[in-house]
Design a protein around this ligand. Sequence first.
Ligand SMILES: NC(=O)c1ccc[n+]([C@@H]2O[C@H](COP(=O)([O-])OP(=O)(O)OC[C@H]3O[C@@H](n4cnc5c(N)ncnc54)[C@H](O)[C@@H]3O)[C@@H](O)[C@H]2O)c1
Length: 349
Amino acid sequence: MRVSGPAREEVDVKPVRCAVVGVGMMGSSHVQVLEALPEAHLLACCDTDPGAVERLPGGVPLLTSLDELLGRYQLEAVFVCTPQDQHLPVVEACLAAGLFVFCEKPIAHNLETADLMIEVAKRAGGRLAVGHTMRFDPDYVALADMVASGGIGTPVHLSARRNVPDFEGRMLFNRTTLAAEVGVHDLDLFRWLAGPVERVFAMSAETSTLGEGAVDAVIGTIRFATGAVGVVEFNWIMNSDSALSADYRLAVFGTEGAAYVEMRDPVTMVYTLEGAKWLRTGGQYEVGGTATGIVATEDRHFLATVRGLRDWPVSLEDARAALEVALALDRSLATGRPVYVETGRKCVV
Ligand SMILES: NC(=O)c1ccc[n+]([C@@H]2O[C@H](COP(=O)([O-])OP(=O)(O)OC[C@H]3O[C@@H](n4cnc5c(N)ncnc54)[C@H](O)[C@@H]3O)[C@@H](O)[C@H]2O)c1
């Protein structure tokens, strides 16, 4: 009996020979998934930190030189999971080596670099995919399908929240911004649901919770080109010792209804003598050796794209635009003024 399974043409597809570059928090996640996916053959990993070997399963070699990785293995694809200011050099080298490249979001740390990345990718014949993971979450996809089919009429008001634990804030506040690191997920979803953004305005809390000068939380308002409005709220200060580790919400109010995705206190909670904690299953989890979760869905989709069986759903222009809106929120924080985006108009106050 066949209950469900891959399409017939995918059954005999050869595993893609791949590597992960940058084996930190997100790279480790891809490594675990790729190790469990029959569509992938993870040959090696690369990280400038030799200590990253501790985060690898036994048997997967770690190289500290990208040139050596590209020279030594007959790779077909690379997953780039370095910090965003280290995306371009790695992506460029991998594309030049003729490989397919998956690059973690956001596409880059600034727009000039994002433009260079797009230029390099176009010259390489479109072998670059930027990983906006939420596009592979069935809850968001179902909501977007509903909106696209006109099920709630025309979107008028959108609202998004993404709050994450303070261990992320402490690790990242010196390296990137809350909007570019965390908010960019929802800014991409906003554009997917309601189209280009025209104007943003933002306020922040800087209470020294994470450290001197750190932005703890951002509240932003958005004006879409259609005339719809949106509100976003992001923080990375939720106490890591508390049981609450994820607080996400996306709501769209349309002329004929509303649609919500709400995630807080994930379904699987464990209560022990040490307190309550939740088990992280939505991102990735292995079920009897099969990788499940949104990272697995995303990685499988990319591997199928490499084999020419799928199209990548996020264009490089979408990835750039999501970054542009995130950086506009940062600019609004810095200037205290509204910032025009995607329209080329100058800020007027
Ligand atoms: N899709 C998601 O949901 C999601 C979640 C978290 C992070 N991310 C993204 O993943 C990327 C990595 O973030 P992270 O939190 O895993 O960072 P991290 O700091 O945990 O890991 C980065 C790793 O890259 C290595 N590295 C740095 N420069 C390198 C280089 N030039 N060559 C090889 N290795 C290098 C570092 O030593 C480190 O091990 C970022 O773009 C981030 O925004 C995506």
